[in-house]
Design a protein around this ligand. Structure first.
Ligand code: ASP
Length: 318
């Protein structure tokens, strides 16, 4: 932690994937993202630290049924929702998370509870036990639209891939899209933190583990913090969040670390996206997929990546 005050920064994402059809959908997503960054920036200006802000941002996005995390999570192959979330504090360099947890409103809250625990990553039974211990009321995150999607796919004998993150389908023309969520924050004390939360790919096998609760998908040091979205297996194969963060920690500028990592991911034909911030306040994003649903606040400028074509694979702003 530095004693000098710095300009706080935020970047958040609501997933990545195939193109958003129709302005109605894109506009609705944009509004959802802007509402969250505005609220988070207020919090930061009021003195909240990066970790508090990340948790709040993840909770707000988990509560928005438009995104595939918390309320509005996609269903797995057996029709159940199992969510994963993780939190990493760059200053303490501590990772915590839950894997395949059910019947909870905000999986990120469990990740927060685990930050100071001896056992910092819990899966299904362990996470359910923690829920009981904390006396968090049970909650059903299922929405009508997710149930309809699953039922339709089931009729088609699961021929289509559901998980595409922000996949297009007739049912979601009102702008409701799937997509993991992620929040990266640099606070005014220079602390970085990152959180990622997901309902998974959709239609996955029972027990499949998402990248979102692994350092491959969510990682931070005092120098940089990155959250990923996209096909989890691709993110794991690239170990993308950790790869970018370690490059920056070893001295590479954030934009160069994004460029190099996305060039490699593109060469390996991965389908993914990522957002990040470094200690100096540079913000970067990248994708190999068609669309990345991200929005940022630099303190002077609010912007988003919804119309970004991404020919360069990575971009940045400070
Ligand atoms: N990465 C998530 C997963 O594979 C999905 C996503 O980002 O949309 O579980």
């Amino acid at each position: 932690m530095s004693s000098e005050r710095v300009q706080p920064k935020i970047i958040i994402h609501g997933g990545a994937g195939s193109s958003l059809k129709g302005k109605g959908g894109a506009e609705a997503v944009r509004q959802s993202l802007y509402r969250v960054i505005d609220e988070l920036y207020e919090l930061l200006l009021a003195g909240a630290n990066a970790q508090v802000c990340v948790v709040k941002g993840c909770q707000l996005l988990e509560d928005d049924p438009r995104f595939n995390s918390g309320t509005g999570s996609v269903l797995q192959s057996d029709g159940q929702i199992r969510m994963s979330a993780s939190l990493m504090d760059g200053t303490s360099q501590r990772f915590s998370g839950v894997i395949n947890v059910s019947r909870v409103k905000n999986p990120i809250t469990l990740a927060l509870e685990l930050q100071d625990s001896h056992d910092r990553v819990l899966s299904d039974y362990g996470a359910a036990e923690l829920l009981r211990e904390l006396a968090i009321p049970t909650y059903d995150p299922l929405t009508e639209i997710r149930l309809q999607e699953w039922t339709l796919e089931r009729q088609g004998n699961f021929t289509k891939e559901m998980a595409g993150v922000v996949a297009e389908r007739e049912l979601v023309e009102d702008g409701a899209r799937r997509g993991t969520i992620g929040v990266v924050v640099l606070d005014s004390q220079g602390n970085l933190a990152v959180g990622t939360s997901t309902g998974g790919k959709g239609f996955e096998r029972i027990g499949r583990v998402s990248d979102s609760a692994m350092p491959a998908g969510n990682y931070a040091t005092p120098q940089a913090a990155v959250s990923c979205t996209g096909i989890g297996e691709d993110i794991i194969d690239e170990c993308l969040a950790a790869r970018i963060v370690v490059r920056v920690t070893d001295g590479m500028p954030l934009q160069a670390a994004f460029e190099r990592s996305f060039k490699e991911a593109h060469r390996n034909q991965r389908d993914l996206g990522a957002i990040g911030i470094d200690q100096s306040g540079a913000i970067a994003w990248g994708k190999t997929s068609e669309v990345l649903l991200a929005a940022y606040h630099t303190g002077e400028k609010v912007g988003d990546t919804l119309d970004w074509t991404g020919e360069e694979l990575a971009s940045s702003i400070s």
